[in-house]
Design a protein around this ligand. Structure first.
Ligand SMILES: [Zn+2]
Ligand SMILES: [Zn+2]
Length: 144
C-alpha cells in the first residue's frame, strides 16, 4: 500500500489561522465521532481527517483545550472555528474536515461511538459503525 501523502490547505472561518496538512493521497478519508465530547465541541458529530506534517500560520491565535489527559482540541480564538484534535503522546493531528479548502475527494469510512448518536440524524453509506466498546477494543483500551 502506497503511503504517499498529499498536501492540503485549510483555514478557519475568519482566515487568521491557516494550515497545510498531509493527508493520505491514495485513499483520502475521514471518520465521524458521535461521542458526547465531540457533540458538545462541534455542535454535532465531529468529522476528522488523519494528518501528518501539519504546519500553521497565525498559530498565536490558536487555543488548545485539554479535553482529556491525552488529547487537546484546537480552535481559533478569534472566530471559534474548530481546527483539530491532537494526540499529545503520539504527536498526531486529526484535522477538522470542514476546515479544509477542498473536501470533495474525502470519503467517510468509519463512524465511532454510534451508540451515543442522537436519533435525529444519521449518515448514509455502507461503512463500519462502531460502538464505544467496539472502538475502544479496536485501539486496545478497555472501557472507561
Ligand atoms: Zn479564525
Ligand atoms: Zn468523539
Amino acid at each position: 500500500v502506497s503511503t504517499t501523502d498529499n498536501d492540503q490547505a485549510g483555514q478557519c472561518l475568519c482566515g487568521a489561522v491557516t494550515f497545510v496538512a498531509s493527508v493520505q493521497a491514495n485513499q483520502p478519508h475521514f471518520h465521524a465521532c458521535h461521542c458526547e465530547i465531540c457533540r458538545r465541541w462541534s455542535g454535532g458529530p465531529t468529522m476528522m481527517v488523519s494528518a501528518s506534517n501539519v504546519s500553521f500560520t497565525g498559530e498565536d491565535l490558536i487555543r488548545r483545550y485539554a479535553s482529556s489527559e491525552w488529547a487537546e482540541r484546537g480552535f481559533c480564538s478569534r472566530c471559534g472555528t474548530n481546527l483539530f484534535f491532537y494526540l499529545k503522546e503520539q504527536d498526531h493531528y486529526e484535522m477538522s474536515v470542514g476546515a479544509f479548502n477542498s473536501q470533495h475527494d474525502l470519503s467517510l469510512t468509519q463512524e465511532i461511538y454510534i451508540d451515543s448518536k442522537p436519533s435525529g440524524y444519521s449518515f448514509s453509506g455502507n461503512h463500519p459503525r462502531l460502538t464505544e466498546a467496539e472502538f475502544l477494543a479496536s485501539i486496545g483500551q478497555g472501557p472507561g
